[in-house]
Write a protein that binds this ligand. Structure first.
Ligand code: HEM
Length: 118
């Protein structure tokens, strides 16, 4: 751990297969192949702060232990943030799941099933 390094957001974004969780930098380039949740889900997020994603899944203490082994250093939180295109889209997108759309879909399915069984 003595070799811990401080990274700027830009350095993390440009490194190969690093992610940020709680302001710590992890090299997950090798780990993605073993990730029980699949590699794609993390590869898509390389270079980013995945704290929210990691916590939303409710990863186990085991997963947190694995994470500790991949620790590379800390992020310089005063460095300039990197804006990712996809992130921008999500921010501009509707914040709430579209209830009307879901309700409409359910009705459509119900109607379909009704007519199919008639
Ligand atoms: C970056 C470090 C990560 C590590 C070390 C890690 C580790 C793990 C481990 C050990 C599991 C097995 C279940 C458990 O023990 O909780 C797991 C499951 C999972 N992970 Fe991760 N994960 C990481 C990042 C992520 C990220 C960023 C996402 C989402 C964007 C993600 C999505 C998932 C999903 C969806 C599962 C559930 C698989 C299932 O139950 O079918 N993981 N992860």
């Amino acid at each position: 751990m003595s070799a811990a390094k401080t990274y700027t957001y830009k350095e993390v974004a440009e490194a190969n297969g690093h992610v940020i969780i709680n302001d710590k930098v992890y090299d997950v380039s090798e780990f993605v192949n073993e990730h029980p949740g699949g590699d794609e889900i993390i590869i898509e997020l390389f270079g980013r702060d995945v704290t929210q994603d990691f916590e939303d899944i409710g990863h186990s203490p085991d997963a947190i232990k694995t994470l500790a082994k991949l620790y590379k250093g800390d992020v310089d939180t005063t460095s300039e943030k990197v804006v990712f295109e996809q992130e921008q889209n999500t921010e501009n997108a509707q914040p709430q799941p579209n209830f009307t759309k879901i309700a409409f879909l359910l009705v459509a399915v119900a109607v379909f099933l009704y007519y199919r069984s008639a």
